[in-house]
Design a protein around this ligand. Sequence first.
Ligand SMILES: Cc1ncc(C[n+]2csc(CCOP(=O)(O)OP(=O)(O)O)c2C)c(N)n1
Ligand code: SF4
Length: 275
Amino acid sequence: MTVQTALSAQDFKSDVKPIWCPGCGDYAVLSAMTKALAELDVPREQIAFISGIGCSSRIPAYTNVYGFHGVHGRALAIAAGVKLARPDLTVIVAGGDGDGLSIGGNHFLHACRRNVDMTYVIMDNEVYGMTKGQASPTTSPDWCNSKLTPEGTGISPVEPVRLALAAGANFIARGFAGNPAEVSRLIVEGVRHPGFSFIQILSPCITYRPEEREWRNAVHASGEQPAQSMTEAMHRLASDDGFTTGVLFAGNRPAFMPARAAKATLADIERKFVS
Ligand SMILES: Cc1ncc(C[n+]2csc(CCOP(=O)(O)OP(=O)(O)O)c2C)c(N)n1
Ligand code: SF4
């Protein structure tokens, strides 16, 4: 890969054609992501885009940067390793609510707490899309999937931004796939903010949750400056309806970076691999 800068959003799209269902919210997230990558103006070879497994986790394949389509629920562990080994890289992680909050829930907590400098995007459709429509941790308790949970799950859903705040994430935002310009801005801000940035993107699964098309009528911009203290953010999020978009919290915790990791050069890492 040659070193280049000042690329357009189109330059960050790969030749691989997405196989998402027509109308899936993830198309808009991809478009917002490539626009954000262009705006960040980081050379392509300096970006690592890491995901788990799920429809949404296919996204790195559709971008023209280094990518790793990993193991279900383990994207954050891989990403933290990449960032600690190569602090010079811009590390972005993406996946679904099932990938990140169910099988990957433990890793999510500790990524927030550890505060490694990377940006995590959850494309939240409140369902397992890839495996044909099971309830996920963000599914509301009364959603009736006739085959699997005919009477709903009856379980309180996880609220990802509240969870992220309680666990220590340093930047928290929410976007909606129907507003890709805002999503793009949130990604840029998340990447530029030091430490662990978490962005929940409400991204409708039109196949298994067609009613999510109505999210467009529910979302509303926060209209406030991001909360800067945890207390203020907790206070605001206590009355959040789950559809407020924008940067919800911007903290000032220093990013985790052990001195030993920051000193390793690419040559050091190569030496370790061959020895
Ligand atoms: C270890 C493991 N367990 C289960 C699966 C099956 N599996 C693949 S994707 C997925 C859930 C996907 O849901 P989500 O992360 O919300 O992404 P979406 O497809 O909705 O974008 C599951 C359970 C798997 N691939 N690996
Ligand atoms: S099943 Fe849902 S999440 Fe998966 S591609 Fe189709 S619309 Fe998107």
